[in-house]
Design a protein around this ligand. Structure first.
Ligand code: NAD
Length: 257
């Protein structure tokens, strides 16, 4: 299969988009390293299920992406990292004057600085292997803004900028760096925002989904984790060898508006 013999390390992958990408990568033949900050039986069970269903090697490694040393340790413990998918992320929704500083720090650390640390640790491995792919899961909020998401928008714009820098620093090598910018995908991260948004706008769930979440997504449909996995596999393919330093939007037309 397309990615046989490659190893993909996916941060924040016991849920949502990261887990969906891990499944698609494994189905395409890549060994996968899953990650989150917990160390529960169910985390390891996900890796076992992926290995059993697809025949690849799948491991779960606990590492807290809010801690730079743990980010680097994740890559070291993985042993090999051909495809790095920086996906771990959290959200906090508050007007800027009420935005708790500790939430700002956590969003910036997990959504942005973690990618700096993992990429710094992974590039030497990619150079040694003579091939590599850095795929950052940014967001439509890496290209546009929304109110009440100051830390998230800042972090995602930062990720898009860093993606360009990594691409330039590896431009003459068989390594690429790109960012995928999803619009809304119905994952636990989005589910968690719905009650706050209902409260903020005094709306019911259905109205929040249609008029707030998908207001800027002209397709009026959520993107799926399988679609994001497909785009990641494309970016890891030979067809994408000259695609570097750019963003690919999977947002139902959001950024065309
Ligand atoms: P999710 O909450 O389902 O998954 C987030 C993952 O990150 C989980 O596996 C969680 O355990 C992990 N994580 C959180 N804090 C961590 C930490 N400190 N250390 C290690 N792992 C940690 O959310 P999701 O929607 O799947 O989001 C995944 C990525 O996609 C995020 O970067 C998010 O910003 C981005 N994204 C999501 C959407 C969307 O609509 N869902 C849209 C655009 C971008």
């Amino acid at each position: 299969m397309a990615l046989n013999g490659k190893t993909a390390v996916i941060t924040g992958s016991n849920s949502g988009i990261g887990l969906g990408i891990a499944w698609e990568m494994a189905k395409a033949g890549a060994n996968v390293v899953l990650n989150s900050f917990t160390d529960r039986d169910e985390d390891h069970a996900i890796a076992e299920e992926i290995a059993k269903e697809t025949g690849v090697t799948a491991r779960y490694i606990k590492a807290d992406m809010s801690d730079g040393e743990e980010c680097r340790a994740l890559i070291e413990k993985s042993g090999v990292c051909d495809i790095l998918i920086n996906n771990a992320g959290i959200q906090n929704v508050d007007p800027i004057e009420k935005f708790p500083t500790e939430k700002w720090d956590a969003v910036i650390a997990i959504n942005m600085s973690s990618s700096f640390h993992t990429t710094a640790a992974a590039l030497p491995m990619m150079r040694k292997a003579g091939w590599g792919r850095v795929i950052n899961i940014a967001s439509a909020h890496g290209l546009t803004a929304s109110p009440y998401k100051s830390a998230y928008v800042a972090a995602k714009h930062g990720v898009v900028g860093m993606t360009k820098v990594v691409a330039l620093e590896t431009a003459e090598e068989p390594i690429t760096a790109n960012a995928i910018c999803p619009g809304y995908v119905l994952t636990p991260l989005v589910e968690k925002q719905i009650p706050d948004t209902m409260k903020e706008y005094n709306m019911d769930r259905e109205t929040v989904v249609r008029d707030i979440l998908l207001a800027r997504q002209p397709s009026k449909e959520f993107a799926t984790v399988e679609q994001l996995g497909g785009v990641a596999i494309f970016l890891a393919s030979d067809a994408a060898a000259q695609i570097t330093g750019t963003t690919i939007s999977v947002d139902g037309g959001w950024t065309a508006l």
